[in-house]
Design a protein around this ligand. Structure first.
Ligand code: BG6
Ligand code: MG
Length: 216
């Protein structure tokens, strides 16, 4: 293995392995339009890495009607999720690049343990759709956590499921909140996309396969 301590790699899903931003946007937009709240791509960018109910609260910053009950918020989030899942069912293996598939396979080949660490409750559905369930040793997602990123819970759980010490894990993230979560969990953090230039990122990735230069 490499000169660092890394023995396991924990991957965020949305924005790292697959690109579901456009589906989140479409689904939130449809929900927001129905109740007359302004929503645009800039607001959508703020939802990256953030849990579903926390995302709804950000969207509701533009709402100036009577305060909504928790029950009503749950209905709105469920409506968005129904639309979102409908879009996810249209995904397939072609939605994951060869680069991502080959890099995951090579990391395993080199002896690294691999996990998903995603805030999404739809992570397993996405992985099934793109046929990547078998690429990971374990999955930690929105169904096994109570605190959303930047809380480290989802990554700490992933390390626990893998039987690894947090200090031996590298997290791969596209969201600043995810990098903060990795650091709070005492893990190393590789940043791709938006997270590449974040000051807290230990390893900026120009492309996904750059991981093979870190995990040798
Ligand atoms: C994260 C996405 O992976 O999952 C967020 O980056 C999303 O945008 C969050 O809000 C929760 O997803 P879901 O599928 O449980 O609504
Ligand atoms: Mg992400």
């Amino acid at each position: 293995m490499s000169e660092n301590n890394i023995k396991a790699v924990i991957f965020d899903l949305d924005g790292v392995i697959v690109f579901t931003d456009k589906f989140h946007y479409q689904a939130w937009k449809q929900m927001a339009d129905e109740i007359g709240i302004y929503f645009d791509e800039e607001i959508n960018n703020r939802l990256r890495g953030v849990g579903r109910m926390e995302s709804l609260e950000i969207i509701l910053e533009k709402y100036d009607g009577e305060p909504l009950t928790d029950e009503c918020k749950k209905i709105l989030a469920a409506k968005k999720n129904d639309i979102y899942r409908g879009l996810l069912y249209g995904m397939g293996p072609e939605d994951v690049t060869e680069e991502v598939r080959d890099t995951l396979a090579e990391l395993r080949n080199r002896g690294y343990k691999l996990s998903i660490g995603s805030s999404s409750k739809n992570a397993k559905l996405i992985l099934r759709q793109v046929r990547l369930m078998d690429a990971f040793d374990t999955i930690s997602d929105g169904t096994n956590i109570s605190n959303s990123k930047p809380d480290p819970e989802v990554f700490v759980k992933a390390a626990e499921y893998l039987g690894m010490d947090c200090h031996d894990c590298l997290v791969v993230e596209d969201a600043w909140a995810g990098i903060d979560a990795a650091k709070a969990g005492h893990m190393l953090a590789a940043g791709i996309g938006d997270a590449k230039d974040y000051s807290e990122t230990d390893y900026p990735l120009k492309r996904f396969s750059d991981l093979l230069n870190i995990c040798k």
